[in-house]
Design a protein around this ligand. Structure first.
Ligand SMILES: *Cc1c(COP(=O)(O)O)cnc(C)c1O
Length: 417
């Protein structure tokens, strides 16, 4: 039996994790071309257009438009469907604030549905239970690179006449029953922030097959100016409020080069994640994320659950033991469900008012408190996150798997003795 590093044994990981340069492809070439255009404005230059064309073609989607961030992409999608005061949007409580920022800026109310214990994504039954006459859309988060159960969600949405917006900020190239997520709902939204599978520093992408939604998105991200009209009077016919979420040609240039690498980056993450899952299935009390038949998980991070009764240790104890073995790990994904953030608990989206939670357009009470999504809360308490990327080596992978097995074997042997 190997002595655990946390008890003074030799750590598993003795070599540094693999590293590499993310921007060593065509980034510099395209940036130079962008600068030589003598304009960095998306409407006059070519790079943002090339980026959106290449992304739409990679995804087999009819339309793609670019925004300044993933948060902007989601807000743009919400603006495009006409989200407004008094509306509700059902979404996941385990996500980035970017999922709900646009909802709040449209003065609509986020409603949190509970999660499936094995995919950590929206549970369709809970989604349906939260539908009211005010529900305008469901924002489906595909967490960590894994698909939510889209078939029942789409069925529920169609039956109730609500839009489905997919938040794919963590889930490039992820597939659900063979289909790319981001092309299943009405609109798919992606992030190019620096921490995602690919980066343009910041940036966002919106996919849709609807000409009408595409035109609405295009306008909404650009002050509601209708540049597609190509006529000054029509362009400045501004009917309602919209922000400036334009992407610059510099982001477009880097994003274009990054999209070229996307399938390879995601294939590597998929292979590493699947290998770890294969090992975890053999260890008592370890539960890898569930991937639906025909699915493809692209592991923006690797999140799995443990059951203390079977493992003999908690998620936090496993994190500490992994760290001692030289494998960085974290408990859960975020410290608490987002409805436990002060903004929600105190209804303080806007200062000196409780809008949109208590306002004439939404007279029904809105309650955010601990306990409203028990499965989501339990997921955060009992899960562990491990990171790897396209530069991780076979040795890194072997060490991650070895450390997990070493810790599990030690506790299982202790149980028997
Ligand atoms: C990163 C992220 C966002 C926001 O993207 P930004 O580009 O940082 O604005 C939204 N939703 C999810 C699930 C994310 O992970």
């Amino acid at each position: 039996m190997e002595e655990l590093a946390i008890h003074g044994g030799t750590p598993v990981k003795t070599t540094p994790f693999g590293k590499g340069s993310r921007f060593a492809g065509n980034e510099l070439k395209y940036l130079k071309e962008a600068l030589e255009q003598n304009t960095l404005f998306y409407w006059f230059g070519k790079k943002v257009k090339e980026l959106t064309e290449s992304f739409a073609s990679l995804y087999g989607a009819k339309y793609c438009m670019a925004t300044s961030s993933g948060t902007a992409a989601i807000h743009t999608a919400l603006g495009a469907i006409g989200l407004t005061a008094g509306d509700e949007v059902i979404t996941s409580p385990v996500t980035d604030m970017g999922t709900v920022i646009g909802v709040l800026f449209q003065n609509a109310v986020p409603v949190f549905a509970d999660l499936d214990p094995d995919t950590y994504n929206l549970d369709p039954k809970s989604v349906e239970a939260h539908i009211t006459p005010r529900t305008k859309a469901i924002v489906v988060v595909h967490l960590a690179g894994n698909a939510a159960d889209m078939d029942p969600i789409m069925e529920i949405a169609r039956r109730h006449g609500v839009y489905v917006i997919e938040d794919c900020a963590q889930s490039y190239m992820c597939r659900y029953k063979g289909r790319l997520v981001g092309t299943i709902g009405d609109i798919g939204c992606f992030s190019l922030n620096d921490f995602k599978q690919i980066s343009a520093g910041d940036g966002g992408l919106v996919l849709t097959n609807s000409r009408e939604l595409y035109e609405n998105c295009f306008k909404f991200a650009d002050k509601n100016y209708n540049r597609l009209a190509n006529d000054m009077a029509a362009m400045r016919k501004v009917e309602y409020l919209a922000p400036n979420y334009r992407m610059t040609e510099l982001q477009g240039a880097v994003g274009l080069a990054q999209v070229e690498k996307l399938p390879d980056v995601c294939a590597k993450r998929n292979r590493f994640g699947e290998r770890i899952s294969e090992e975890l299935r053999k260890l008592p009390g370890f539960y890898p994320p569930k991937v639906y038949e025909g699915g493809y998980h692209t592991y923006w991070f690797y999140l799995f659950r443990i059951r203390e009764e079977e493992t003999g240790f908690t998620a936090q104890e496993l994190v500490d033991m992994l760290k001692a073995e030289g494998i960085p790990a974290l408990k859960g994904y975020i410290p608490a469900c987002i409805y436990e953030y002060e903004l929600f608990l105190e209804h303080t989206a806007y200062q000196n008012t409780h809008c949109p939670f208590d306002c004439p357009h939404h007279p029904e009470p809105v309650v955010y408190e601990h306990g409203i999504c028990p499965s989501a809360e339990e997921i955060l308490e009992t899960s562990v996150r491990i990171n790897f990327d396209e530069f991780s080596t076979e040795e890194d992978l072997a060490d991650i798997v070895h450390a997990l097995r070493k810790i599990s074997d030690y506790y299982q042997a202790k149980k028997k003795s």
